[in-house]
Design a binder for this molecule. Structure first.
Ligand code: TXA
Ligand code: MG
Length: 308
């Protein structure tokens, strides 16, 4: 597998999107596979290449609230969260605006849109030069580990898809998704911003999604390496490689030797990929369930879930 990514300028990337092509795009959370949000055919190709089920809608990326307001209805809770957390790793699910510009296929038949304004300077530069909304699911084959460096994207899709190299993602976990289409704000996916941070701004607790599939992408098995994954391991068996946290003795790799959850989040997907190369089962040390630990444990539970 090639790990070489090639330099690709913002202008060329914008041109590629305009002509219906796909581009590997760095964001502060993970690398995305970008397409013009208004071009149904480009998006159909994106689903195809990712191997993503068509009922799983995409996140629309914009520069700011003003651009978002062309696409979704706004409301006071959205404004509170946008003023505090945009640009940054927070996605809001809001009612879509009738006759908005986003191609239906990106929304998988829903009348809601997931939308966010990324913080990464390269993502912002591309949005500015391109001048329109961009859909970008994580740039991995469906169900697999999300990419946090440009080389991961090349490893997933080869060199046919050009990748803008923006260095390693600083957050390392996908954006937090908050649903604002019901009476209560709902945490649809834990991520780079903690539930606590959001609740502080809203002044009310976030509801957990009730039954059904509120975030259709939140399937049990996701973020899966080839190897089997065993959680809450005190130590590795002879067979296993060990992913440690906080200086776990005997760890093959440690997410954060000093026990820093921010560092651990940034390392999670790259370390999982690295350990997967050993071709042995992966044991994972316990990670504390507070702050970003909640999102890290969410990803690890899905990586360990029975595969279909
Ligand atoms: O950090 C991120 O959000 C990254 C970067 C590239 O921006 N993107 C990302 O996209 O994680 P993706 O496609 O891997 O995950 C999008 C999630 C899926 O779980 C999908 O089901 C959910 O967002 N989603 C999209 N539209 C939705 C909607 N209208 N209602 C509920 N969930 C939605
Ligand atoms: Mg994903």
């Amino acid at each position: 597998m090639s790990t070489v990514s090639f330099r690709f300028s913002i202008d060329k990337a914008a041109e590629q999107l305009r002509s219906g092509g796909l581009v590997g795009l760095p964001t502060e959370t993970v690398y995305g596979l970008a397409a013009d949000a208004t071009q149904g055919e480009a998006i159909a190709r994106l689903y195809e290449i990712k191997g993503r089920p068509h009922f799983n809608p995409l996140i629309v990326h914009v520069l700011d609230r003003r651009d978002a307001a062309h696409i979704t209805e706004m409301e006071p809770r959205a404004d509170q969260l946008i003023s505090r957390f945009w640009p940054g790793p927070l996605t809001l699910v809001l009612p879509s605006k009738r006759g908005g510009p986003v191609a239906d296929i990106a929304l998988a038949g829903l009348d809601t849109v997931a939308i966010r304004a990324p913080l990464h300077p390269v993502a912002r530069a591309l949005l500015a030069v391109f001048g329109g909304p961009i859909v970008a699911p994580s740039a991995n084959r469906s169900g697999r580990i999300s990419p946090t460096i440009a080389g991961h994207v090349v490893a997933e899709f080869g060199t046919d898809i050009p990748v803008l190299d923006g260095g390693p993602c600083t957050v390392g976990l996908e954006s937090t998704i908050v649903g604002l289409t019901g009476e209560r704000p709902t945490l649809l996916r834990p991520g780079g911003i903690t539930a606590q941070q959001i609740e502080e701004i809203l002044g009310e607790p976030l509801a957990e999604p009730g039954g059904g599939i509120d975030a259709p992408g939140m399937m049990a098995s996701h973020y899966a390496p080839d190897a089997a994954v065993r959680l809450d391991a005190k130590a590795a068996t002879e067979d296993e490689v060990l992913l440690g946290f906080g200086g776990t003795p005997g760890a093959t790799l440690d997410l954060s030797p000093s026990g820093d959850l921010i560092e651990a989040a940034a390392n999670l997907f790259a370390h999982m990929r690295e350990l997967d190369r050993h071709g042995r089962p992966i044991a994972v040390a316990p990670i504390p369930e507070d702050g970003l630990g909640k999102a890290i444990n969410d990803r690890l539970r899905r990586a360990a879930a029975p595969r279909n």
